[in-house]
Design a protein around this ligand. Sequence first.
Ligand code: PEP
Ligand code: MG
Length: 755
Amino acid sequence: MRGALGGPRVLLRRLREVMAEPVSAQDRLDKVVVLIAANMVAEVCSVYVLRVDGTLELYATEGLKREAVHETVLKADEGLVGLVASEANPINLSDAQNHPAFSFRPETGEEIYHSFLGVPVLRAGNTLGVLVVQNRARRTYTEEEEEALQTTAMVLAEMIASGELSSLARPGAEPVARHTIHVTGTSLSDGIALGHVVLHEPRVVITNVIADDVPRELKRLDAAIATLRADLDRMVEHRDVADGGEHRDVLEAYRMFSYDQGWLHRISEAVSTGLTAEAGAERVQSDTRARMLRASDPYLRDRLHDLDDLANRLMRVLMGQDHAPGKEQLPDNAIVVARSMGPAALLDYDRKKLRGLILEEGGPTSHVSIVARALGIPAVGEITNATGLVEPGDAVIVDGSTGHVHMRPPQDIEAAYGERVKLRARRQAQYRALRDQPCITKDGQKIALMINAGLTIDLPHLDETGAAGIGLFRTELQFMVADTLPRTGEQLALYRTVLDAADKRPVTFRTLDIGGDKVLPYMRNFEEENPALGWRAIRLGLDRPGLLRSQVRALLRAAGGRELRLMFPMIAMVEEFDKAKSLVEVELTHLRRHGHALPERVHIGTMLEVPSLLFQLDELLERVDFLSVGSNDLMQFLYAADRGNVRVSQRFDPLSAPVLRALKDIADKARKHGKPVALCGELASQPIGALALAIIGYRSLSLSPSAVGPVKALLLDLDCKKGEATILPCLEQPVGSVSIRHKLESFAAAEGLQL
Ligand code: PEP
Ligand code: MG
């Protein structure tokens, strides 16, 4: 390197000594800038630290006026320093003062310096500050010098991230690293959890950043790359399930990137400047992450994700760490933070210690969210760079009801949430006390409260809630959380386990409801303009009956000697029901012929989710043994509002005259035909929804397990007759506003019902 005293390796060695000295944070920083300036033959070396208020404060300088330290504060986008921070990219200029972004701060006395090299101080892709060198002469810093400065910035990143500099900050202007962060994502699973961060894929903690022997580090790097490639080859060939069961194309992408010359070159270059092999990999990973956070093109972002993962794998090989994170050392209140995660991986955590989940990706319908809900763990998704914003062991609060996440919360927030958790626990205890009490309203109406389920982990909820049975067993969940299509034997085993667990309590199995947003990763998906209106559920089942038939067979066999209740999703015309029912009869005949034990009785019903059925109710009710209203889908079709699109899904109130009139009509007609009707959509899980449903005549509701307590507490205090007298007239008369919600609320308030 031109003019440098001893080059970057000597600098790094000296920095290591300074880091170990027992001096104050300011003294250490001052020594660091002197060393860098001397080593790079620069007249100026300055460190700017990014603060919580988004500004950049000068923390140390060699060359600029000392009085400016802690006084000069730049706005986020101010000057070249601001540009380096916001773009997370180095800027290297021989004539900085002619750059349009140059801004002049007289207190620093920097007007005499022409050349400028600034690099971001990055950690896990987050900008923590900016490191700058300047020279009077118009010179261009070489690529090697730029590289060396970036390597040096890594050492500073460690220092800032350790929290050492916080003692130098004014209140409200602390370094952004290690500070409180409050972000809002998408709520995936309800509840509140306070705990400590566990990174699902732990960042490899690099203890040795500075190389003693660079040629040896380069050899270690080569050997590790060879091992990494061999591991990936083996995994692509065998699809190693122990490795989290990643999909083949993901592994193929990793394998391809492990040959990427640009990536390898960047790591070798970082190592050549004096880093250990693992620190070199980490530096390149941090740059990759910084680019990833700024990439808007989803394809590019995915590729950068792959490179990020690959760097992790490489670091693990170098540090001799097993790929799988050590789940055995889970803290008692573990909040798992991950970029994304499969459902099986979540189930691997010790349930007793797992308190919450934060994901960078993952929407409410993702499979891991389904499992989080089944486990009753609060979860929040779509938190950008969550894994980069926290360190293992950090305190964190997950509020699954609002989507808020507080990282390293201040005491008052922690105390407020602590109170809320206690309140919830007290309420839970009250609900538990009601567990064995039958659900009968004040005026003697018996209302069956069932639960919705779909996985074996849901089954303990039956006893915990004291539910009357399972009103909706979503069979597709077993398919959605599996890596490969579950065989008939596996389906049979699950259905038997469910019936055994339910014992005498009824279970209503719904046949596969796939398609739409419920995609199976191992099945070919068809691109559809409107998947919710597309080839899904029973439509798919009737057109390609193989899968449906084998499922029906598994259900019939599982229920040998007992009662079986099954229903079909998304029926839109009575003929579809007839066809689906005849398919069950064919399977029954087949099993009878082969001498299998048959169910004692088979009740065949249908979900009511498509509005066309509202106008075929008489014909339908003549055919079915029972009906179950799927209010989630019925609502989206009635109001033509996609249930997964928050812009429109909350635009219409389900507690409105048109919906309640339709629902009441269904209940009235079912009663007339002597056929049982239940409602199993989300509406029944909200106390106010359950109140409305009880008033319009529903006597069977299927709820999320966590809703059984609150709904039962409300119904026990309800006088249905009074409710009818108050609410039904609103449905019969022309209404000014279609929403009936406020009427229900004032009725509940007058009656002392807790919504
Ligand atoms: C519904 O549509 O209301 C329902 C219960 O089915 P799912 O939510 O599984 O689509
Ligand atoms: Mg549905």
